[in-house]
Ligand binder design. Structure first.
Ligand SMILES: [Zn+2]
Length: 428
């Protein structure tokens, strides 16, 4: 056993913290569950260091008032649906239209259908989010809007797993179309007849002046520079957001406990950032970083973002088009004695993306990359519950996180700045 594995094994509170976070519920921003979980986390952080802050950040809040989908015909059938966060509303009677099945709903599917999309209620499929060729829900939604669709339905391809939950990414008062997740069985019903007609009803409410928050622990070292470990606290309300992201928060808390003793005059400081409104198109971390003074942001040298770090026995670092991070990942994996692959292309699927866009070398540690059959498939669904998480996976993620952060804490500012070299990550 490596010393990092030993340190990870010795952290007595890891699994208890994980279970505690899950007990706050799915922690959807706006429900108060994320705020309550954050208050608890701030208390935990204060046990590690005194400089703990709660930073309020505005975001475009929204609440679903009602959502329903009816397959019309001689005998109308109600199908389960979950409106996307920030979906456009239909009028009070709902929107009636013809369904157009676009299969996966990739660019070639929209191009093939061309003008036939206009005015239709398009049906596409959700894809396992952590894979090399993945096309994100929001890109499919944007293509539907661009092609003139009247509404957007996205089906969970997994039988018996229910619908999913996710954001449309539509900005406040922005143009958009009604959009909802449906389950596999609902998609089968819609495809069982040609030119199926449905009525989609979605009523949502803009919540002006909504505030999300970031919970920050700052542990000083010997110089101004900081290594940042982040994880988002918020989630979705179908399950208990165990994978996504109680795993990341619990591992970040444990990493803070373990690494606090490593800081000294020769090291940069360590900052732990817990975000909310991540599931709202990464709004919380975007605003936190945008509002920060440029000098403070410049001091952030590396972001290790923990999001869905258990649920499978494989780990991958998504290194956001910062090729120099590959060496850090490989070296840390060796020191931790836990294999970690890496994937170079920029994947804007968690808070690391906002760090990367500000020119800060950033990676996301994720479990189950390119393993669509792993337990990580339960992400965003009612199946995202604590029972599917294995303790050994959590402890491996912790050992790797500590090894990566420790490696960075041992680097000079010059060495840390060199991690930016060769990056083609899109900048803000
Ligand atoms: Zn997440």
């Amino acid at each position: 056993m490596t010393s990092w594995q030993q340190a990870a094994a010795d952290d007595a509170a890891l699994m208890n913290d994980f279970q505690t976070i899950c007990r706050f519920g799915g922690r959807l921003s706006g429900t108060g569950q994320d705020e309550a979980a954050m208050e608890w986390a701030l208390t935990r952080l204060r046990e590690v260091g005194p400089d703990v802050r709660r930073v309020a950040v505005p975001y475009d809040g929204w609440r679903c008032l009602s959502g329903s989908l009816t397959l019309l015909g001689d005998t109308p059938v109600n199908l389960e649906c979950v409106p996307l966060l920030r979906s456009a509303s239909t009028d009070a009677l709902g929107l009636e239209g013809t369904v157009l099945d676009l299969g996966a709903g990739r660019q070639e599917d929209f191009e093939r259908a061309g003008d036939a999309v206009r005015g239709k209620i398009v049906l596409v499929r959700h894809e396992y989010p952590f894979s090399k060729g993945h096309v994100h829900r929001r890109r499919k939604y944007d293509m539907a809007v661009a092609h003139g669709a009247a509404a957007f339905l996205i089906a969970n391809p997994l039988p018996g797993a229910g619908p999913l939950s996710g954001s449309s990414g539509r900005p406040r008062d922005g143009a958009g179309i009604p959009a909802a997740y449906i389950d596999h069985e609902g998609a089968l019903a819609l495809c069982a007849q040609p030119r199926a007609r449905v009525r989609l009803l979605i009523q949502g409410e803009e919540l002006r002046d909504s505030m999300a928050c970031a919970g920050i622990l700052d542990l000083p070292g010997g110089r101004d520079s900081r290594i940042v470990i982040s994880a988002h606290m918020d989630g979705h309300d179908l399950g208990s957001s165990a994978l996504d992201n109680a795993t990341g928060v619990a591992v970040a808390l444990a990493a803070a406990r373990i690494l606090a003793g490593q800081l000294g005059p020769g090291t940069p400081g360590l900052r732990i950032c817990f975000f909310t409104a991540e599931e709202w198109a990464l709004a919380g971390s975007a605003r936190y970083l945008a509002d920060m003074a440029a000098t403070e942001r410049h001091a952030l040298k590396l972001n290790i973002n923990l999001d869905t770090v258990a649920g499978d026995d494989t780990l991958c670092a998504l290194i956001s088009d910062y090729p120099a991070l590959a060496g850090v990942v490989e070296s840390a994996a060796t020191r931790a004695g836990v294999p970690v692959s890496h994937w170079l292309p920029f994947m804007p699927n968690s808070d690391h993306a906002n760090f990367a866009r500000h020119g800060i070398p950033a990676l996301r540690l994720v479990a189950g990359f390119d393993k669509p059959q792993s337990c990580v498939r339960h992400i965003l669904s009612r199946g995202d519950v604590p029972d599917i998480i294995l303790e050994g996976e959590m402890r491996n993620a912790l050992a790797v996180t500590c090894a990566m952060a420790s490696l960075a804490l041992g680097m000079t500012d010059q060495e840390l700045d060199a991690l930016k070299s060769g990056s083609t990550c899109p900048r803000i």
